[in-house]
Design a protein around this ligand. Structure first.
Ligand code: ADP
Length: 727
């Protein structure tokens, strides 16, 4: 995170950006590359911004038109997505509207009037509407300076969501030669990126590519035994939280959803075979938090905007690492911890193979494409059976080296797998079996022989007579298959590519067979581990109870307004509220995620709820239930101010309310006279307050507040005046 006042190449502009972020969203830090993307948009430079899901792309195109005082156009592929985005912006008091086929004539006219009044800062439009004569005329009249293309990978054949309507977006550059185009996507591959640049005709674009690692996701890959039991076990780790479970087939989704419902979980199936009404009912119930678990095929994808999905379960292997990354990426978009569990069985890879090699009657797949798809499947299997850090594996797959030795957020680094010291004996048995079979066979066949399977082929080939036949009978297939994959990864076996891959010994295997080399293997644990969870963002006791109460209030408010709950406040904001228990609006305003509109609109109700809770539990209002810091809260606060820490951090650490901490800061400034207020107030704000206070004379805050048009808070004015010796 970068403070919004950092890198002030243009201090006035930086301050305007910071003020916009605070005013509408209550955020005071940039996520990586947001600042660069906003600067490119303000400089009218074409750009391609690649950030992972949850990276905060929408802020990148929402801030510039406010700062520049103009209306920008956003092209977005789905009505549901557009609606959620506009709802979210409007809840922050941000003027935005969406134009799509779902509008009534009356609604369209209201928006048209708004356009003519230049009311909006953002106009969302579906690609097919953008180029119709009515919208083109309006866009020309508005003299649109910038187009943001959301989900820009939809323009590319090579992406996973190709939409023919996106192809026509290449006409924007011709129709609006003076306008800049900013493309946004989360798709990681080079080919898609280049395609976006070419198709949109971006000119010398600023290409900003973020890191794909999602540190808040905890990855676990466990051998699949009993999918129903294991899925239930994981779901139970997330009571009343949002979970998405992915399956291969429609029948699987129905079966698993039914199994979960029988056990009292609010679950529903979602797949392309359901009628549109059922699908949208499920999607709406999930967004409105009336439904906890959606058991789905790949059809449940784009358009899931719920930011607090706490867990994604893969009940079966996805068919590529790209797909895995996309689907797990739907967890934890709010930046809080979320879990991704893959129940791995190599049999699922066989299922995909047969679906790919025997496609449905009305589909065709070229030999090259088949080869490519099988290659991707192979990569996925390798990833699933690997025993290196999952974060490192994923980053590496997308061409970004992972920094850091232990991610502390995957089953490997959390040490949840068994690591026998020596796997040499097992390795020798596997390798000698390959040798003894004489000719190369497939991996599954090899495993069958080692486990002593009595299939027709094994008998016909007389492999029952081999000394290795049944030698690893005690090992489950789910354990043995990953071991063979590890031998491939360690270069002791090689596996051919193509339709029917076979395994063969490599020269390196000789040293193991002759006893000159040892082999270390990792045996996956058979049972799905049930890790200790930190709970709701580390909340426990009354804080956790208050969080639930605030969630309930959020759900109620959302229902009254017919918007999804995440539009009201994110989970992160509710957690902070539960922890800090602001006693009044002043403290409420300082919580991350509370902008001006939400403060006025929602503050009183949330503050009242918090007060009621505090009273019921006999907790001192606004004072978090934490023991006062040893040595005195004020002393600790001063030490933290010396290090430039934020008010919020100090409040959390000292267990004092934000208002109190604000007072500490004022005293600190008076007593210690720090050289700069940079950690708490931006340079430009400092200068504006100083000028306005000098103009107003006296020590009162109100005239300064009014002179600044109400866009600098009383807290900021108070501390600047104190620092400048004006109070
Ligand atoms: P993306 O479109 O890249 O998937 P979003 O724009 O939906 O991501 O942002 C994900 C979440 O993160 C939203 O709730 C958004 O309000 C929040 N967010 C974005 N930028 C910031 C920021 N600088 N500080 C805190 N939260 C942010």
């Amino acid at each position: 995170m970068v403070p919004v006042t950092a890198n002030p190449t243009d201090p006035t502009q930086s301050e305007a950006i910071a003020a916009t972020m605070r005013r509408y969203w209550g955020y005071d830090q940039f996520r990586p590359l947001q600042m660069e993307a906003i600067e490119a948009a303000l400089a009218q430079q074409d750009s391609l911004v690649v950030l992972p899901t949850g990276g905060g792309k929408s802020l990148c195109y929402a801030v510039p038109p406010v700062v520049a005082g103009r209306t920008d156009v956003v092209v977005s592929p789905l009505i549901a997505l557009m609606k959620d985005q506009v709802d979210g912006l409007q809840a922050c008091g941000y003027p935005a509207a969406a134009i799509h086929s779902g509008l009534t004539e009356a609604e369209r006219q209201v928006i048209d009037q708004g356009i003519r009044n230049r009311e909006y800062r953002l106009l969302f439009v579906a690609p097919e509407r953008l180029l119709n004569p009515w919208f083109m005329a309006r866009a020309k009249w508005m003299n649109v300076q910038a187009f943001a293309i959301d989900e820009a990978h939809c323009i590319s054949h090579w992406g996973h969501d190709f939409r023919p309507e996106y192809r026509r977006l290449s006409e924007i550059k011709t129709a609006f030669p003076q306008a800049a185009i900013h493309a946004y996507t989360a798709t990681a591959t080079d080919r898609v990126r280049q395609d976006i640049i070419d198709q949109l005709g971006l000119q010398q674009p600023r290409v900003l590519v973020g890191r794909f690692d999602r540190p808040n996701l905890v990855y676990r890959i466990v051998p699949k035994r009993d999918v129903e039991e294991q899925a239930l076990e994981v779901v139970r780790r997330h009571p009343r939280e949002a979970v998405i479970m992915y399956c291969i087939s429609r029948a699987d989704t129905e079966r698993l959803a039914e199994a979960l419902r029988r056990r009292g979980v609010k679950a529903a199936a979602y797949h392309a075979g359901l009628d549109a009404a059922t699908r949208s009912k499920t999607q709406d119930a999930f967004a409105a938090e009336r439904l906890d678990v959606v058991v789905a095929t790949v059809a449940f994808g784009m358009g899931i905007d719920r930011s607090n999905v706490r867990c994604v379960i893969h009940a079966a292997l996805p068919k590529s690492v790209e797909q895995y990354q996309q689907e797990t990426g739907r967890a934890g978009r709010d930046g809080l911890e979320a879990e991704c569990v893959l129940l791995y069985s190599p049999d699922d890879a066989r299922r995909w193979e047969s679906l790919l090699t025997r496609p449905a009657p009305d589909t065709t797949i070229s030999p090259e494409n088949l080869e490519a798809q099988l290659g991707l499947l192979e990569d996925m299997q390798e990833f699933a059976s690997s025993h290196e850090c999952r974060h490192a594996g994923l980053s590496g797959y997308f061409g970004q080296p992972y920094e850091g030795a232990n991610c502390k957020a995957c089953d490997i680094c959390l040490d949840e797998t068994n690591r026998p010291e020596d796997g040499t004996e097992t390795a020798r048995l596997v390798l000698s079996c390959v040798k003894a079979m004489g000719a190369p066979f497939g991996l599954s066949y090899l495993v069958e022989v080692l486990r002593g399977g009595h299939t027709r082929q094994i008998q016909e080939r007389c492999h029952t007579t081999l000394p290795q036949f049944g030698a690893l009978r005690a090992m489950a297939k789910e354990t043995l298959q990953p071991i063979v994959h590890q031998l491939v990864q360690q270069g002791l076996l090689s596996r051919t590519m193509g339709d029917r891959p076979v395994v063969m010994l490599t020269p390196a295997a000789g040293a193991v067979l002759s006893g000159q080399r040892t082999v270390a293997l990792v045996i996956p644990r058979a049972a799905a581990v049930a890790p200790e969870r930190a709970g709701r963002g580390g909340l426990s006791g009354p804080e956790a109870d208050l969080f639930e109460r605030l969630r309930e209030l959020r759900r109620m408010v959302a229902q009254e307004r017919s918007v999804p709950p995440f539009v009201i406040f994110g989970d992160g904001t509710l957690q902070e509220l539960a922890r800090l228990r602001p006693a009044g609006l002043r403290e409420f305003a300082m919580v991350r995620g509370v902008g001006e509109r939400k403060l006025a609109d929602l503050g009183p109700r949330f503050v009242a709820e918090i007060a009621a809770f505090s009273k019921e539990r006999a907790l001192a209002a606004g004072a978090p239930a934490r023991p006062p810091a040893p040595g005195g809260a004020k002393q600790l606060a001063y030490a933290m101010f010396d290090r430039g820490e934020s008010l919020l951090a100090v409040a959390a650490e000292t267990g004092r309310a934000l208002g109190t901490v604000g007072q500490y800061l004022e005293d600190y400034i008076g007593e210690r006279n720090p050289a700069t207020l940079a950690p708490w107030v931006g340079d430009a704000v400092y200068r504006r307050v100083q000028a306005a206070a000098a103009e107003a004379g006296g020590t009162y805050l109100r005239p300064v507040f009014d002179a600044l048009g109400g866009d600098v808070s009383y807290e900021d004015i108070r501390i600047v005046m104190r620092h400048a010796g004006m109070r």
